[in-house]
Design a protein around this ligand. Sequence first.
Ligand code: FAD
Length: 505
Amino acid sequence: MTEDNRIKKIVIIGGGTSGWMSAAALSKVLKSRYCEIQLIESEEIGSVGVGEATIPQIQVFNKLLDLDEDEFVRKTQGTFKLGIQFVNWKQIGHKYFHAFGDVGKDMDAIQFYHYWLKMVKKGKALDLGEYTISNVASDRGKFMRPFDAGNSPLSNIAYAFHFDAGLYARFLREYSETRGVIRTAGTVMGTQLNPDTGFIESVILESGEKVSADFFIDCSGFRGLLIEQALHTGYEDWSHWLPCDSAWAVPCESVANLTPYTRSTAHAAGWQWRIPLQHRIGNGHVFSSKFMSEEDAKKILLNNLDGKALADPRMLKFVTGKRRKFWNKNCLAIGLASGFMEPLESTSIHLVQSAIGRLMTFFPNKSFAQEDIDEFNNQAHFEFDRIRDFLILHYKVTNRNDSEFWRYCRNMEIPDSLTQKIEQFKRNGRIFRTSNEMFSDLSWLEVMHGQGLQPEGYHALVDVMHEEEILNKMESVKRVIDKSVDYMPSHEQFIAENCKAEKMT
Ligand SMILES: Cc1cc2nc3c(=O)[nH]c(=O)nc-3n(C[C@H](O)[C@H](O)[C@H](O)COP(=O)(O)OP(=O)(O)OC[C@H]3O[C@@H](n4cnc5c(N)ncnc54)[C@H](O)[C@@H]3O)c2cc1C
């Protein structure tokens, strides 16, 4: 490769979470001397402004950027997250926790689960969550970062963050501009394609200005300004599996007890999120407009807030699915422009991060090797498809039968890849992570178990250990977890001591 073949200019369209995450990562890795990075965002159009719960992988992104975690939490009014509490999903009145981090101790979590399974069938075990530090800490409103505590579960606390989406974009914008990213406020009105190759040559702004680049990153949100409107890439619609297509979002006043987890409460035709931040609580009702009217959905949301609403609810419409290609010619779609899956497991921001990581792996030169682009797309499709299956699991495996929506979900056809996972689990509790899919076998376990799937048997080798030995082990795990959680400060106290944000005026 010659220097001349190098990408010399990248243009990012969009200044929402995905645009600024892309700008921040590229400016850190590429440095301004390698190539010019320009981000164009329309102040009139604005960003979706939601997307406030994350998963632990975001720590990898923060490390890439060399962020000071306390400063990041402070500047985004952030809080910490140990998992997601699912309420009313298996049946009304039932709760379970999809915890980050381990189940059990000193042994593989799935192995522990099989010992537990044998004992619970005999009525000799507590709830599985009682053997999970994140679950017990969440129930007691506790949080701390892991530290070197030897063999204790305190060495191994997995966590993510909740943050204010608008403040996060502002934080990353500051970061990116300091590292040379040029921001242009303007609305893109048109695109010029090369007549021979169909590659994007430039975008035209409302002001008439023409902005050219070698490589374009489309972070323009649902509209997919470049990937769809200019390149007509196509979209695969998954609404038949994930029928929610709308969300009302509204912030409300904070209340006492800053919970260290996201809550997802199932309703008659969808579910409601609750994301605690330092200055407010983020709430939203994701629902299917085929099964519930907008007015009813709004009422349910407003009737289920912890505190006073701080704004009028805002409606967001979406079509669950993905682009047929994420990378097409010299355009890569990241964020909502690339596809959308509802935020049930807080995966969208992770998909942004993961696309950025993959871009680094396949970083192009001006030849844009088709083999690389194809492999990028294959990997991204695999990642999207497996997350899709994981989300469908929440709807398909349920005892709920109380509304048309839930009856539809229980009876719908599901992808073969998911059927296979469910069938394997039902027999002897076996779960296998397929290739490098995002969710671990433990996440699959927690949700299958939580939604009410019960294996007929357990791993045959569990019988090698005497029952008494198993019971002793389980009691010891429970004791150690309880003691560890005793030691942890409350979530509120941890924040007050480490990363308290300034009051918003
Ligand atoms: C209801 C809902 C809840 C969500 N909750 C979560 C969550 O809890 N966790 C999570 O990980 N993700 C969540 N997400 C997803 C998350 O919000 C998005 O992944 C994230 O915000 C990235 O959005 P984006 O930057 O791709 O698009 P947007 O935020 O829509 O930004 C698009 C940008 O493009 C610009 N633009 C558009 N058209 C033009 C134009 N013509 N010219 C110039 N600029 C233009 C806009 O000005 C804007 O800056 C949620 C999404 C929805 C809809």
